[in-house]
Write a new protein. Sequence first.
Length: 530
Amino acid sequence: MTKRIFLAVVSLVACLTIAKAATDSSYVQNPMLWADVPDPDVVRVGDTYYMISTTMHLMPGAPVMRSKDLKNWETVSYVFDKLTDSPKYDMQGGTVYGRGQWATSLKYHQGRFYALFAPNEAGAMGDTYIYTAEQGEGPWTLVSRMRHFHDCSLFFDDDGRVYVIYGTGELMELKPDLSDVIEGSHRQLFQREADETGILEGSRMLKYHGRYYLLMISQVWGVPGRYRREVCYRADHIQGPYEKKVILQSDFGGFPHVGQGTIVDSEYGDWYGVIFQDRGGVGRVPTVLPCRWIDGWPMLGDEEGRVPTRVRALKSGQPQTDIVCSDDFSEKELGLHWQWNHNPVDKAWSLNERPGWLRLKTSRVVSNLYVAPNTLTQRMGGPTCSATVALDLSHLRNGDCAGFAAFNSDSGVLTVKRQKRKLVLELSEQSVSLSQKDKVVEQVAEKVLASVPVPEKVWLRIDADLRVGRDIATFYYSFDGNEWTQMGADYKLRFDWQRFFMGSRFALFCYATQKAGGWVDVDSFQYVVN
């Protein structure tokens, strides 16, 4: 059986497993995507939905996903390939872990797509970007840069005026060509009310039946069961006065904190909310909810105002797609399901030097995984998933490290190390400490749990259980791809907003600790979700 046929069979089995898990294929099971897709914004163009999300320090960035049924999604473009304002994006003089691109606003206006985001950075690195494209599938081109706007929403009004709404109810008008703000246009739309004791951000502005609606995430401290919620501010005029209503306050699936997102209509006139939920190790996952207009308010959830277990899909019979995919590396370009940790070194990876294989080459000497260039990642998917990689290690140099990780600020790592003529596979727990200002990697605490000598061809596997109360990864190796040996015990996956602010990811890596020039060849990445 050829590699391509084998991986096709693996993908088919995964699709059948997903279909079997759903009680009815005509429904969307919540979470809508059981993967790290935070800060969603969604627009509909004709019969197609486009969604954008936050990926911060991962490149390319600002992924655009497409669906016709709010159930089957695929990544179709990225707004940008790299960010280049600072060498920190290249992990030089610091990093941008947990920073970079945040909370992008996606709009469709007069036949064009627009994306606006501001990196969570100080100074010029945090200046806002505006990009545009004729299609959601790209290509995207930069329109302008301007001052920083936190968690902002781009808004095109009916009268041709354009605004950005940001922070906690702040507004500025933009010039018609989007080149900059109009000085003197700043307005504070409303004041925080007494019950808003935590964050109040994540702006998403729209207009419906002549009224302005601003959706925001609200966090309430000190009240049991009221951690995060979605609130809506509405007004008859864009500059107010505004009144507020809580439109969603619900836990779901054993996890709290459902809040931040947007609402979107269907071509049939129905409305839906896409709101994310914090789910521990897997990250922040989007849910889909009915949206009912009641007394002029977009109320989210079922008849009891809660996140439902499932929502009827908009269309039946749509192709099974996912944003996490198997790969045999036989294409000429890297698939859109992959993202690099920080900007890649372009000359240090290849798909054509050994056709059918991904080659990751060492390009500079580093001390640890967290400052290693060209670490290649994909999300993990729930409720449980498994990923297997096949590695040719014959070209590693002395001191080189290559392998497969459950990657985050706390990582479980399978590392093959070249020690002169020997190859040793280690399972370790690694935890990074970062400086607050520049996210410099100050220390990596590493605990080796197990080690074993391995040949030059090895298979590595990570199984992840992302169900409530679990959040564990289990690690395996094989010398033939069939018989597997577990290494160590279950590893606890963690989510830490102060360091990476990211769900755990599968990560392929190769770095040099002594001399650059070695490489690892990756034959395949096989992914199954259950």
